[in-house]
Design a protein around this ligand. Structure first.
Ligand code: SF4
Length: 461
């Protein structure tokens, strides 16, 4: 897919507004605490017997704090915390399993954090066994894990390979020494390189690098050198995230001087340079901030229209229900979302008392379900086919969303979307970079959410 990056450089500043990333619809700020354990428990009981599931496990621990980070984590070196966590999560898995009917299987299992490899190799084995003995894996399941190269040892890699992990995601962010020091994450190239070699030797199917643009002291030159190294190491997938300055969520970001952060025009140039380099190197643009080698499953899924988006980002397991474990984990079932208590202590106490630890959730109305389908179609396929919408929801797409389509007129004028004669909505190649902006037009909650003083979302670029 071709992107006209010169055209986009002129347009993007106009579209750089705060907006959701649409890993769910409705987005998490809409969910309410009146959706608790009982509602989540009932939703689990309604999952089809023996369903194919996606599973997510949140391991919240990290050894030290990266100053850009807005994840839900617990910074600790205390050995007793993971020990207790493992006992509690085993209970949560058991309580969840009791509510699922038949013999469900996992087609996808992802461990995120935090830092999953903060656990010792033995603890990883214990947790893996606890999950897979409750919900066994399909033979061809995607089993993935996020690792921090600074704490991941050869022993970790051995256990991960023995367990059957086949995808690995490395937090890289930036290789520049000054940037690394300023964000409190010093991680030399050879540490990452060893882990890449190690992963390839153990037959991992796919290696992902997470990169961040917009960090303190980044320049086009410094990030270009980072990209040279990244492209030499040739990961199968790359996620290029925008640094989100969200000091109301991540207070430690206040340690950054505004003047140390690249100003918006430079940040944009860094992003466009990175995209240009990835495309020139033969990566396929998957959507939003994701790139993959043409032979990677994600690129194939994009080509076949099988791409799906959930809390783990872009995935190929369309429609599978997602069940989460651990503090702050999110579950996405047929018509509801649920999130567990975010604090480690609160989550432990809730699981010990009740088995589940639901903090909040949302049951989707008929309107939510239709809008979710539209937003998914825009985010993943880049098209809403009017006839498919009508067959599915029994009303003409163009008539039902006349106001929303009207709102997209500036994007149409800028060549980012096209409204076709039959009412279908198609995102153009350039528009795929600003796909969040198109999805935002269909979000029925956004106007009300952006009315408050406190920002809820980071900017789209
Ligand atoms: S970026 Fe990763 S390793 Fe660093 S604090 Fe956040 S979750 Fe932990």
């Amino acid at each position: 897919m071709e992107l006209d990056l010169d055209h986009l450089e002129k347009l993007i500043p106009r579209y750089d507004v705060a907006g959701p990333r649409y890993t769910s619809y409705p987005t998490a700020p809409v969910w309410k605490e009146d959706f608790g354990d009982e509602a989540y428990g009932r939703a689990l009981e309604q999952v089809a017997p023996g369903a194919d599931l996606s599973l997510y496990v949140h391991v919240p621990f990290c050894e030290s704090l990266c100053h850009y980070c807005a994840c839900n984590k617990v910074i600790t070196r205390k050995a007793e915390l993971p020990v207790r966590y493992l006992e509690v999560i085993a209970r949560e898995i058991e309580a969840t399993r009791q509510r699922l009917r038949g013999d469900p299987r996992a087609v996808e299992l992802h461990w995120g954090g935090g830092t999953p490899t903060h656990l010792t190799p033995e603890q990883i084995r214990t947790l893996f066994d606890a999950i897979t003995s409750a919900i066994p894996l399909h033979d061809d399941a995607e089993v993935s894990i996020e690792v921090d190269p600074r704490v991941t040892t050869v022993d970790h890699m051995d256990v991960l390979a023995e367990c059957g992990f086949n995808r690995i995601s490395l937090g890289v962010q930036d290789f520049d020494a000054r940037v690394q020091e300023s964000v409190h994450r010093v991680q030399p190239v050879d540490q990452v390189e060893k882990l890449v070699v190690n992963s390839r030797e153990r037959g991992f199917r796919s290696i992902n690098f997470d990169l961040i643009y917009g960090l303190p002291y980044q320049t086009e030159d410094s990030f270009s050198r980072t990209l040279d190294t990244v492209l030499d190491l040739a990961p199968d997938r790359i996620a290029l995230y925008s640094y989100a300055h969200v000091t109301w969520v991540a207070k430690q970001q206040r340690s950054f001087e505004r003047s140390d952060l690249p100003e918006p025009a430079r940040k944009l140039r860094i992003m466009l340079m990175a995209i240009r380099r990835f495309l020139e190197a033969g990566y396929v643009y998957i959507g939003m901030d994701h790139f993959a080698r043409p032979e990677d499953d994600l690129s194939r899924a994009l080509a076949d229209g099988r791409l799906y988006r959930n809390f783990m980002g872009y995935t190929i397991r369309a429609g599978g229900e997602l069940v989460g474990f651990g503090p702050s984990a999110i579950s996405e079932l047929e018509d509801s979302y649920a999130q567990s208590q975010r604090g480690l202590g609160e989550w432990e106490q809730a699981v010990e008392e009740r088995g589940l630890a639901t903090l909040r959730g949302h049951r989707l109305s008929a309107d939510d379900l239709a809008r979710r389908w539209v937003i998914q179609s825009i985010m993943c396929q880049g098209v809403v086919e009017a006839s498919v919408y009508e067959a599915r929801f029994g009303e003409p797409f163009a008539k039902r969303y006349a106001k929303e389509i009207q709102r997209l007129a500036p994007m149409a004028e800028d060549g980012l979307i096209v409204v076709e004669a039959d009412g279908s909505l198609r995102v153009t190649s350039d528009g795929r970079l600003l796909v969040r902006n198109a999805a935002m037009a269909f979000d029925a909650y956004l106007e009300q959410q952006t009315r408050g003083d406190k920002p809820l979302f980071s900017k789209t670029v």
